[in-house]
Design a protein around this ligand. Structure first.
Ligand SMILES: [Fe+2]
Length: 584
């Protein structure tokens, strides 16, 4: 047996996975255990979970693979330091990070209280791990172009190459300080969204505007003849001072990335609580348009160069599901795979599979679903509901166990079709940021008021952000303009115009939807629930949003029950148990 622990540490979305003899056994993000969004320290809880899932001990692990290699691209770093003479604190910060990351073995020993550690620690360059996180678990047997587009990692912001069999040949990279991830993040801050991961908000706002600032932004990002891009550094600050890889109590912090010159170019930056005007919507659309221009410029050049039809995408920017959804329209690529944890968390899987490949690899593994996290059986849930009997009773809820799956999905589908909001907690937690039917809040997509109901009852998020549809795989072509597998909600496609009025709660203002295709074999219970809803309504789609309220997605039944009780959700389905608020 060869056991490899893969980790993403000291980056946002710290995470761990376990690969045994080339097969993924478990994977989870540390934030779910620590209950701090995007937690960025060492993923000791996630490692504990992965080993417990497999029933092995730290001493049974052969390799620990981390998606960071301080020695990678070292000459580029040295050359940059010598020629640019950046702020001394930035240099010291980088040395500090390097020291912290050097201590993987020490961290493990600390987290496992002196258990023996015989594993060899292997460092995998950040972008090789990103590339591997998609290509090496993709279904593609043919050669594929593999691309990583990101903020920064190991002094590079993007990398690409060709995946062949169980190997990836890296062709080239874009190095610090040029970065599309930094461009998007800086402009997100400029629009008044300062938190880590707020890029989604710009992506959601974009369809409400026009790309009126694209001309100005072409002066911010310069496309190069070889397919790459460069930033006009006059508009940025990240190259002048330390600004990345900071975290406080595990929470990632980002410093202000844009310069005064950007405000001279585009007008004053929006403050966090300022009203959103049409100018801001136009800026959001322009930012997304500029990103797409650079992204497709790179993709098209790589297609020209390699003549391959399949593409795998990874890196923080591969979370841009709107751009991903245009790959078939804007490039000649015919097949696309984006893994569920496309961002830094996914680097844990990438690092593990890069090491497995170094060891010779074997038969390729295909990650076709995202259910690699913890699960809890009915006995655990029954015990919890018993111990919380008073709180549940005080909230005016009934509790029943429905052990027949047919009855369970019928009752749940019926509740959804009546406009109730259902917390749906089943099986193993999803790997990656999206809830995919195991830690989801579900609602009726046919109701035009459902977005407001959800925001009022639970989510309280910006009204311009859309909710997503889960659709049975068999019906994608009938409801969407693009027939494709999208198991991880990583592509946005246009909903057929004649169908849009049927599902207003999941159709964005431009008629698009960030769909999840639900496959009968990979999530049978969730598929069956939607099948039941289709039987009742003729619609093979549910509105699916993550099970949380301003916190990481729930992991344990305790968190699901707590979230249910403190919000105004109507029904909670915890495994085979149905907790229902009784209307007075
Ligand atoms: Fe990254």
């Amino acid at each position: 047996m060869t056991a490899i622990i893969g980790i993403n540490a000291y980056h946002s979305d710290s995470a761990a996975c376990l690969v045994v003899d080339g097969k993924l056994v478990a994977a989870a993000e540390e934030e779910r255990f620590r209950r701090i969004k995007h937690w960025a320290g060492f993923p000791s809880e996630a490692i504990h979970y992965c080993l417990a899932e497999a029933g092995i001990r730290l001493g049974d692990v052969d390799y620990v693979a981390i998606n960071q290699d301080a020695g990678a691209n070292i000459w580029r770093k040295v050359a940059y330091m010598v020629t640019r003479r950046p702020d001394l604190s930035m240099v010291l910060d980088r040395i500090r990070n390097k020291r912290e990351r050097a201590g993987v073995a020490d961290e493990l020993k600390r987290a496992f209280h002196g258990e023996t550690l015989k594993a060899e620690v292997r460092h995998v360059e950040h972008h090789l791990a990103h590339l591997a996180s998609a290509y090496l678990v993709s279904p593609f047997e043919e050669d594929s172009v593999a691309i990583s587009v990101d903020g920064f990692g190991d002094f590079a912001s993007a990398a690409w190459g060709v995946g062949k069999g169980s190997r990836i040949e890296v062709e080239d990279r874009v190095y610090f300080p040029h970065s599309l991830g930094i461009f998007y993040m800086a402009l997100t801050q400029y629009l008044g969204f300062p938190s880590w991961g707020d890029e989604y908000k710009v992506m959601g706002l974009a369809p409400y505007g026009q790309p009126n600032f694209l001309k100005e932004l072409r002066n911010v990002v310069h496309l190069q003849n070889d397919g790459t891009f460069r930033l006009n550094l006059d508009f940025f600050r990240h190259h002048l001072e330390k600004s990345e890889d900071e975290w406080e109590n595990g929470e990632p912090r980002v410093k202000s990335l844009f310069s005064r010159s950007l405000e001279e170019l585009l007008g004053p930056a929006r403050k966090r609580n300022d009203e959103l005007t049409q100018r801001h919507r136009d800026l959001a659309r322009s930012i997304q348009a500029m990103y797409e221009e650079a992204f497709f410029h790179l993709l098209n050049r790589l297609h020209e160069r390699h003549g391959l039809e399949t593409l795998t995408l990874a890196g923080g920017c591969a979370m841009n599901s709107v751009a991903n959804g245009k790959v078939y329209r804007n490039t000649p690529f015919k097949k696309l795979y984006v893994q569920s944890a496309a961002g830094d968390a996914g680097g844990a899987i990438g690092a593990a599979y890069a090491v497995w490949s170094e060891l010779g690899g074997g038969e390729r593994f295909h990650m076709e679903h995202a259910y690699w996290g913890p699960q809890y059986d009915d006995a655990y849930i029954a015990k919890l509901l018993e111990s919380e009997k008073i709180a549940v009773g005080e909230a005016g809820c009934s509790v029943r166990c429905v052990s027949d799956e047919g009855d369970l999905v019928r009752e749940t589908a019926d509740a959804i079709s009546q406009g109730l909001v259902v917390g749906w907690f089943q099986g193993r937690m999803e790997w990656g940021p999206r809830a995919l039917g195991n830690r989801s809040i579900l609602a009726d997509p046919r109701r035009s008021d459902m977005k407001d109901i959800l925001n009022l009852k639970i989510k309280r998020r910006e009204s311009f952000r859309p909710f997503a549809p889960s659709i049975q795989r068999e019906y994608v072509g009938e409801w969407f303009e693009t027939e494709d597998e999208v198991p991880f909600m990583m592509q946005v496609y246009q909903i057929r115009s004649e169908r849009r009025p049927d599902i207003p709660a999941v159709a964005h203002v431009d008629g698009s939807g960030r769909l999840q295709t639900v496959h009968r074999h990979s999530n049978p219970r969730y598929w069956r629930l939607i099948e039941c809803f289709r039987g009742l309504t003729g619609v093979p789609i549910l509105l699916n949003t993550s099970f949380n309220e301003n916190e990481p997605v729930v992991c344990r039944p305790e968190e699901a029950l707590d979230c249910f009780l403190r919000t105004k959700m109507d029904v909670l389905v915890l495994g085979n148990w149905i907790v229902r608020r009784i209307k007075l």
